[in-house]
Structure formats: structure tokens, C-alpha cells
Design a protein around this ligand. Structure first.
Ligand code: PLP
Length: 287
């Protein structure tokens, strides 16, 4: 069965979904996106995804009015028509500025954004690989400096992820000029030192993860200590536990950083309780 996708108001077979070569998302990565996890027919952290989408659009001056219920309906309909109500996975949603003659200058003329969305069936809540733990390599962060905007400019993280896999690892953490970790290729990064969870503070340096927000709430409810500050790759290599968060991995332990084994090579107790509690709560609060 071929997948049905959403494109500019219509649900169509994926091979019938066509977009112009003059779409500015295609030509300039002039587009933003969101990825939302679903399980048990519930969208996880979805209102936070919509809030961030609004912010991303605003930061690059794409004028599009997002109505929560419309976007919830699109996501639910995609899950339904692809018969995924009893499965789990991800819904990708992308909004580009629209079609215009190729020009670096963004025309003042009103153009209509292109919107599309599609599902990916994927095990996320009990993927054995994620539970076992990930091996990470560190690489220089060569991305632009507005990483808080969830834009589709994803070439560098995509190259880096490919390099990580080629080197026998699972992913990469990117390092800034000061030797501090910014984030993973598509996830936020955390270490635990002296029983304190440390993750980089929010700024333009990192994407403001929706899972990050929810997980820090869970940590606070569990009375765990949290420090939001940059941490160095050296601190990371000497930490008690490490993990990542994202909609597509939820919480996944990191058990190796540049060939240094972390947490004896298995999920540590703090990561484990956070993971279990977050998954339970996010499904319970899902919409
Ligand atoms: N950082 C980057 C660079 C990402 O691409 C992502 C997710 O795609 C995240 C962090 C995690 O964000 P979220 O938890 O909202 O999925």
C-alpha cells in the first residue's frame, strides 16, 4: 500500500504529490518544519510543536496563520488514512515560503506558502537499539548561528550523521569554538555529573527542543537537579550518564563518546527513570 500524504489542502498518494521547482524551500531551504511523534493514536507534545512552528515562521517572516485544530486534524487524518492508529511513528510537517522566480531577494509580493505533511511508521517507544544506548562521535559545529529556527537547512547535520555511521557510531555531537557541545545532529544533548542533569541553556545556539522542555519538567517533578549551561566535550567524556532527547528518539542513552565508554556501557539509573516517566506522561498527555 502506498502512503497518502498531505499537500496544500489535499490528501494524495505520495507519487502524486508534486511541488514546483520554483518552490523557495527547494531552491533556498526557505522553509521550516516540525516532526511529531505519535503512539496509541495520540500526538506527543503537539502544542509545543505548533508553538515552535509559529516562532520559526515568524523569525524568517513567513506569514502563515496556524490554527491548532486544523493542524491537529491534518495530523490525525494522515494517521487514520495510512492505518497507523494502532502503530507508532512520526508525522513530518513542512511549510515553505512558496513559489517565486529564483532571486536571493525575497519579493514583497504576497506568495502562497506550500505546506505538506507525511507519516513515517517507526518504533520509537521501545526500540531495542535506543534502549541499549548510542555511540557518539564529536565533530566541529559548522552550521549557521540561528539554530533556534527549525529550518530545512539540514545538509551539514545530514553529512555528519552519515560520517558517524560510516565510522561505526550512531550519531554525532557538534562542538562549538569553545569546545562545548551544542547538540546532536537532530537531538538535544545531556550529561549527568554529580547526579545533576546538565544541558545547554536555550539560546540561538541550539534548537529549543519540545522533548527537552517536557523532559526538564519531568526531571523537576522527580526532584532531580538540573543545570542549564554549556558543557565541554571533556566533561562529557567524564560524566556519569549521558543521553539525548528528540521527538524521534524520545530519550535515548549515550554509552560511548569518541570511544570513551559512559555509564559502564549501559543505560544509567537516572536516564532510565527519566525515559520511563517521560514516555508514560507524554502518552497520557498526548492529544
Ligand atoms: N536539535 C536539533 C538540531 C534537532 O533537529 C532536533 C529535532 O529534530 C532537536 C534538537 C530535538 O527537538 P525535539 O525534541 O523538538 O524533536
Amino acid at each position: 500500500m502506498s502512503r497518502k500524504v498531505f499537500l496544500n489542502g489535499n490528501y494524495v498518494e505520495e507519487d502524486k504529490a508534486k511541488i514546483s521547482i520554483f518552490d523557495r524551500g527547494v531552491l533556498f531551504a526557505d522553509s521550516v518544519y516540525e516532526v511529531t511523534a505519535f503512539k496509541d493514536n495520540k500526538l506527543l507534545d503537539f502544542i509545543a510543536h505548533l508553538e515552535r512552528l509559529r516562532r520559526s515562521l515568524k523569525e524568517i517572516n513567513i506569514h502563515y496563520n496556524i490554527i491548532d485544530n486544523e493542524f491537529i486534524a491534518i495530523h490525525k487524518q494522515l494517521i487514520k488514512i495510512n492505518k497507523l492508529e494502532n502503530k507508532e511513528g512520526l508525522v513530518y510537517l513542512q511549510i515553505s515560503r512558496g513559489n517565486a522566480e529564483r532571486d536571493f531577494l525575497i519579493s514583497k509580493a504576497k506568495i502562497k506558502p506550500n505546506i505538506f505533511a507525511f507519516t513515517q511508521e517507526k518504533i520509537i517507544s521501545n526500540d531495542p537499539k535506543l534502549e541499549k544506548g548510542l555511540s557518539i562521535i564529536s565533530v566541529e559545529d559548522l552550521r549557521w548561528k540561528r539554530r533556534d529556527i527549525k529550518s530545512t537547512q539540514l545538509l551539514y547535520p545530514s553529512l555528519v550523521k552519515t560520517e558517524a555511521i560510516k565510522n561505526g557510531a550512531d550519531d554525532a555531537w557538534m562542538i562549538d569554538e569553545q569546545g562545548n557541545v551544542t547538540e546532536g545532529t537532530s537531538n538535544n544533548a545531556y550529561i549527568i555529573l554529580n547526579n545533576t542533569i546538565i544541558t545547554r541553556n536555550l539560546s540561538n545556539d541550539i534548537l529549543h527542543g519540545t522533548t527537552r522542555r517536557a523532559v526538564l519538567n519531568v526531571a523537576s517533578n522527580l526532584k532531580l537537579k538540573v543545570e542549564e549551561r554549556p558543557f565541554s566535550i571533556e566533561e562529557a567524556k567524564n560524566c556519569q550518564e549521558a543521553f539525548i532527547t528528540s521527538a524521534s528518539t524520545l530519550i535515548a542513552p549515550v554509552i560511548k563518546i569518541d570511544n570513551v565508554t559512559i555509564s559502564n556501557g549501559s543505560i544509567g539509573p537516572i536516564t532510565k527513570i527519566l525515559r520511563e516517566t517521560y514516555i508514560k506522561i507524554s502518552i497520557k498527555n498526548g492529544i
